[in-house]
Ligand binder design. Structure first.
Ligand SMILES: [Zn+2]
Length: 158
């Protein structure tokens, strides 16, 4: 790492990844909306997390959680902050480390506590600097004025 300006955005990284999947480079470029959604649901981004990223309220804690994973993949820091409940939202977020690749999201469990509170347990895998990382977290979500928000989470120790 040598200062700012060198940080490769995750959006660029995921474009590279998409290009790899769709190689060779001769093919006409495909709009991001038509690429498979990073969250793992069998849908195109524009019909899946792209809707919540564009401003529609995600209809459940699970879908909000998935859309936050997609936002990590796409480096949508604006969305990560907007979907974070104001009571626990950090002032700002750092972009992903250069070279970090998100490999996938796996939902482990979810629990609807009441109409406006839910928990989602997931594992998100990534690779950085040749090493695999695994984030196992149980996240809490709250619905406030009709919108689901991430509140906080417990990270399971490996
Ligand atoms: Zn999605």
């Amino acid at each position: 790492m040598n200062g700012s300006g060198k940080t490769q955005s995750l959006a660029a990284a995921s474009r590279d990844r998409a290009r790899g999947m769709l190689a060779p480079a001769m093919k006409p470029s495909i709009a991001p909306e038509d690429l498979p959604c990073p969250c793992g649901l069998p849908a195109r981004y524009g019909r899946c997390c792209g809707r919540w990223h564009a401003g529609e309220p995600a209809p459940s804690a699970e879908l909000l959680m998935r859309s936050r994973y997609s936002a990590f993949v796409l480096d949508r820091l604006d969305y990560l902050l907007a979907s974070w409940h104001p009571s626990t939202r950090p002032p700002r977020l750092e972009p992903n480390e250069a070279g970090l690749r998100w490999l996938g999201l796996e939902l482990r469990a979810q629990r609807q506590i009441d109409a406006d509170h839910a928990e989602v347990e997931f594992v998100a895998r990534s690779k950085w600097g040749g090493r695999a990382h695994r984030l196992h977290e149980r996240s809490r979500f709250v619905r406030d004025q009709g919108r689901w928000y991430y509140v906080d989470g417990d990270v399971a120790q490996p």
